[in-house]
Structures are given as structure tokens and as C-alpha cells.
Design a protein around this ligand. Sequence first.
Ligand code: GLN
Length: 278
Amino acid sequence: MKKKVLAVILTAAMALAATACGSSAEAPAADAGTESPAGDESASGEEGAEAESASGDTFIIATDTVFAPFEFTDADNNFVGIDVDILAAIAEDQGFTYELQSLGFDAALLAVESGQADGVIAGMSITDERKQKFDFSDSYYDAGVTMAVAKGSDVASFEDLSGKKVAVKTGTNGAAYAKSISEQYGFDIVEFADSPTMYQDVITGNTAACFEDYPVMAYNIQQGAGMEMPGDVNESLTPYGFAVKKGENAELLSMFQAGLKNIKENGKYDEIVAKYTK
Ligand code: GLN
């Protein structure tokens, strides 16, 4: 186990040293003599390719475009957020290299499913349904789904949605929740690809409400989004996890897991969350 991790770190270090020329930097034999007398064994273990990434040496991690405070572009045009910083801290702790691709939520999940990305961190809720297609890390954040309306709206409960249109974001837990109650409360669903467009549609009054993760909606309202959350929030707890395609990239998943544990223990995790939620 430890040997494998070392092999991965070495591979990552070599990849770093050879960033310019890409995939030929694999060299599974190069670490054979470096660490232990059982060099052959560790080399072949590595060749078993559990740690192989979609690009050869750098893991491709997919994420959402705008899902503040988890991933978003700040005023200085930097792509930042809790997910972004957690991933960076874990990669540093575990010594792997990665490229973060901001694709959108639905697209990020599809990229992992189709093998175009190795992992996804996107405020992605761990659900039983998704466990059929993905392997998840332990949860790193708790969230629930909430209804949000335009500031000053008459809509105060699900009953008030009767005969109206409701905005959801494609492929999300919020969308699934809204669909599950749409018949009961008699509203129609309109889908959006990203959160800001969905909020805008509610603010301009095209749709009467949207369903979004509570911590994200709370953050956006705090930042001045002209919306509010009437009624009950946090109905179902849907914790966030890092995910890989089911049965693939086990090494990446275990590095994430180990790194998460370390940054929780050394205070880095708390520091990151505090930075974005003060
Ligand atoms: N947590 C929600 C989900 O997993 C939404 C994630 C997102 O929009 N980035 O479905």
C-alpha cells in the first residue's frame, strides 16, 4: 500500500519534471531501484495502472463553472472556491498533479462517465443513484436542497407554486427533488445549465422559484443576489464527495481520501472553509 503511494508520488514528480513533453514520461521502471529492495514488485504494481490518468501523467479533474462558494471566478479573475482549494491542498499533500477543467455540473459528470476526466469535484452530492455510476470519497461538506424565490415574491411555500414555472439546474439533486414534488404541487419545470442563469430567470420573474443547494443559495444571497429562501430549508442532507468513475481510478480516490483526512487533521480544511464562509 505504502509502496504504491510512493510509486505514485514518484510518477507525479517525474511528470512534473517533464511537463513540456507529456505522455512519454511514464517510465515505470525508473523508480525500481530508488525506494526498496523489492523494486521489481513496486514497478509492476505501478504498471498495474490504477494510478493511470486520462492524460497519462496529470489527472484531469472536472468541475462546475459557477457554484460559489465551491467554485467560481473571483474579482481578480482567478478560479477559486472551497472545492478548488481543497483539491489543491490534497494534491499537494499527496504529491499528485492535476488539471482542473471547469465544464459545468452536468458536463463534468458526463466527462468522468465517458473517461474524458479522471475525477469530479463540483459540490457533487453523494446519492445512492450516483453510486451506481461513481465511486465517492468520504463526504467533505454537508448540504441540503432549498427553494429560493425573487426578493419580495408572494411565493412562500410549495403550495404557492401551483400552476407556475420552476427553474432547476440540469442533472442536479435540486432538479431531482423539484421533479419529485412537481406533480403534487402542480408546477412545471424549466431546466438551466448553470446556477447564475437559473437565478437570473427567477429574479426577472420568468420562473417563480428555483431549487438549489442551501449553502450555495445562502452564499449568493449574502453576496447580494436579489433572492430569498422562504419556508423550510435543508429537507434532505446531501453531503458532497469527490467522485471517480465506478471501478476506475481507485488510486486517485484513495489519495483524495488520505489527503482529505490529513488536511482535516492539520487544520488546512478548516482554514479553507473559513476563508469562503466568513
Ligand atoms: N449538490 C448538487 C448535486 O450534486 C448540485 C451540484 C452543483 O450544482 N454543482 O446535484
